[in-house]
Design a protein around this ligand. Structure first.
Ligand code: G
Ligand code: G
Ligand code: MN
Ligand code: NA
Length: 255
């Protein structure tokens, strides 16, 4: 496949880019960190969305070197901002694929990247989908326990859309639930989504986990989630994912 060969080369040629979407504290509206989101600056096809190449990377195993690059670049950027602002590094959230759990020693890689970049473990958050909890459960649990012991924050992405049972949340050392965008979309309207979002926030509170609402586009959604006691917010209402230079300015404006 042409795209597969291209993606392999893209890594070597440095065609991957990270964009950063801020995470906002619901209480004071300040930027507390960013989620790193990968893009591919293709020489002829332009900027390609991760939706078009992450599945390919997962199927081919390229997700391992790609994932390592993302992790290292996101940590390097957090440290660069820290040096520029004189502030401690922002919290940096990186998406990790379930394939990174079964195809590589993720714990060793994370440790290497932290050592290479000087990023403190407690500034890094790893976002994973419920599939990490549901497949190879014992193996993944062991890795998550080690990551947690390093001081890394663990978040469940797109929470509420997968098939994980609530019992898994008790067993896994999860810190944060990211409320899937689909629940945020119709907030305020009289739909079950309002009840579901509120239930996830309360679930987080009762398990001592923080909650991040994804996909906030309107003030009404923000107000509703704030009233529910949701901890953090993300979405186009605050900012789209933006290149590092723009993210750095958001950070300065917010501090
Ligand atoms: O940024 P965007 O909204 O286009 O992201 C689309 C999807 O791609 C999201 O599900 C997001 O989690 C995923 N994604 C973005 N960057 C990465 C990455 O670095 N690694 C992995 N595994 N997934 C990513
Ligand atoms: O699965 P994950 O949560 O990592 O996906 C992040 C994706 O969500 C990125 O593709 C990002 O561009 C997208 N996204 C972030 N905020 C919003 C938003 O407010 N509205 C919409 N429609 N998409 C968003
Ligand atoms: Mn995510
Ligand atoms: Na998500």
């Amino acid at each position: 496949l042409e795209l597969e060969a291209d993606l392999r080369l893209a890594l070597e040629r440095g065609e991957l880019r990270l964009h950063y979407q801020p995470t906002i504290d619901m209480l004071d509206s300040r930027v507390i960190g960013f989620e790193a989101l990968v893009r591919w600056q293709h020489p002829t096809r332009g900027l390609i969305s991760p939706m078009s190449f992450i599945p390919l990377a997962e199927a081919t195993g390229l997700i391992v070197p790609l994932g390592r690059w993302v992790l290292a670049e996101a940590c390097r950027q957090a440290m660069e901002w820290s040096e520029q602002t004189g502030q401690p590094p922002v919290k940096m959230a990186v998406n990790v694929s379930v394939r990174q759990f079964d195809r590589t020693d993720l714990v060793a890689e994370v440790l290497e990247v932290l050592t290479e970049t000087g990023m403190p473990a407690d500034r890094l958050c790893l976002e994973m989908t419920e599939s990490v909890l549901m497949t190879d459960t014992e193996e993944n649990l062991a890795q998550l326990v080690k990551l947690k012991a390093l001081g890394i924050t663990l978040a469940i992405d797109d929470f509420g859309t997968g098939y994980s049972s609530l019992a898994y949340l008790r067993r896994f050392p999860v810190d944060t639930l990211k409320i899937d965008r689909s629940f945020v979309e119709r907030l305020g309207e009289q739909t079950d989504d309002t009840a579901l979002a509120s239930t996830i926030v309360q679930l987080g509170q009762s398990l001592g986990m923080s909650t991040v609402a994804e996909g906030i586009e309107e003030y009404g959604q923000l107000a509703a989630l704030r009233a529910m006691g949701c901890t953090f917010a993300q979405g186009f209402y605050f900012s789209r994912p933006v290149p590092a230079a723009d993210a750095g300015r958001l950070l300065l404006d917010s501090s």
